[in-house]
Design a protein around this ligand. Structure first.
Ligand SMILES: [Zn+2]
Ligand SMILES: [Zn+2]
Length: 143
């Protein structure tokens, strides 16, 4: 998203845009955005800066860090930026958008808070049912 400084009226400007994830050049294998990203911005101009209230909606695809299942969640991010004008005519928000998405990408995503994960013995996804392995800590007895 690009903001043309001389197109911002004193009353402020609202912009919205849909962009393809590839245009943000996220280039990280762990960040997967599957749908176009909706961006809306409320922009106002100060004497030597612009302030931007950004709202980003993106579908993020993860692999659960416990059970490894793939899942997609729609995420809404909101942030407020103050950007110096520095004699620029145009301010490109691509870097800010990329940063915002990376900051909000969880390191250990969970498909649900109570995900049971995989059995450490047989690898079964315990969300789908119990396996016949003995729980840890109960290794005594006949086998
Ligand atoms: Zn899970
Ligand atoms: Zn098992």
């Amino acid at each position: 998203m690009k903001i043309y400084i001389d197109q911002i009226p004193d009353t402020g400007l609202e912009l919205s845009e849909t962009c393809e994830p590839s245009s943000l050049e996220l280039n990280r294998p762990d960040i997967r955005l599957t749908e176009p990203i909706n961006i809306s911005a409320r922009i106002s101009k100060g004497p030597d800066f612009i302030s931007v209230e950004l709202a980003i909606e993106a579908s993020m695809r993860f692999n659960c860090s416990r059970c490894l299942e793939e899942f997609t969640v729609p995420k809404s991010l909101e942030t407020k930026l103050n950007l110096p004008i520095e004699n620029r005519d145009v301010i490109d928000l691509t870097n800010n958008l990329r940063e915002e998405i990376m900051l909000n990408y969880p390191l250990k995503p969970l498909c649900r808070p109570e995900c049971r994960g995989l059995c450490p013995v047989c690898g079964r996804n315990l969300n789908t049912g119990k396996c016949s392995c003995k729980p840890r800590g109960e290794k005594n007895g006949s086998s």
